[in-house]
Design a protein around this ligand. Sequence first.
Ligand code: GLN
Length: 276
Amino acid sequence: MSDFISVNLKKLKDNKISNPEIDLRILLNYSRCCENEIILSNFKTEQIDIKKFNLLLNRRILKEPISKIINRKSFWKDDFYVNKYVLDPRPETEGIIEESIKIFKDSKAHFKILDIGTGSGAIAISLAREFENAEIVAIDISEDAIKVANNNIKTKKLDKRINLKKTSFENIEDNFDLIVSNPPYLTLNEINNISDEIRNFEPLIALFGGENGLDFYQEFSKQIYNKLKKGGYLILEIGATQFSDCREIFRDSGLNFLKKEQDLQKKDRIMIFSKL
Ligand code: GLN
C-alpha cells in the first residue's frame, strides 16, 4: 500500500470515520483525473487532483456524510442528487415503494398519488417509475428542498408526470388513490442525541416532529379523510417506537388501519390505512 494511502486511511481512522477504506476509495475516485476506477492497492498520486482530494477529505473528517460530499445517494432503482437541504433517502423508506407495489398490483393503472414532504423527490420519482401511468403530486414546504426535487425530476425527465409544488398538505384540495409520506418524526430527545453526521448535515425541518415526534401525524390525521378517494390508501413512515401512538392518533381519522410493516432491522417503520 502506498504511503499516501496509509497516511490518509490513518487520518480517517483517527477521526473515527466508520468505513475508512470504503470512504477513501470513494473520495479518491471523486477527485480523480484519470479514466480508470481507482482501487487502493495500486494507487498512484498522479491519478487524482490532490488539492480537490484534500478538500474532500477534510469535509469527511468534519463528519460530513459521503452522500453530501459527492451529492449522490441511491434509493430504490435510481441515484439521486442530494445536498444539506434534503434528508438522504434511506433504505427503510423503500418499504413505502414495496408496499405500494403490493397494493396496486397493476403497474399500468391510471391513478393519482400524493407524496407529502417529498424532499429529494426520491419516493415520488420511484413511484413514477413503478407506475407508468400514475399522475403524481409531490409537495414540500421547504423552498430549498423543492429545488433539489426539481433537479432530480428534470434529470430523470419526469417533469410531465410529477407535479411538484411548494405547499403544505392543508392546502391540497384534490383527492388521491394513494397518499405516501415520510414526515419528520424524531422527538426532541432523539434530536438531542443524533450523530454529528445527521445533526450538522441534514435538515432539521425534515427530521424534527415536535417534542414527542408526533406533530405531523396529529395534524394530518384530522385532514386525511377528504384527501383520499373511497378505496384509496395511505402509506406512512413512522419512528420505531411510534406505532401505538400513531394507531391511537389515526383512530378518529375515519380511515381503516390495515397493517404495519417492519424495516430490515425489525423495527416498526410503516403503517398502512385504507378508506373503505
Ligand atoms: N429515519 C430518519 C432518521 O432516523 C428520520 C426520518 C424522519 O424523521 N422522517 O434519521
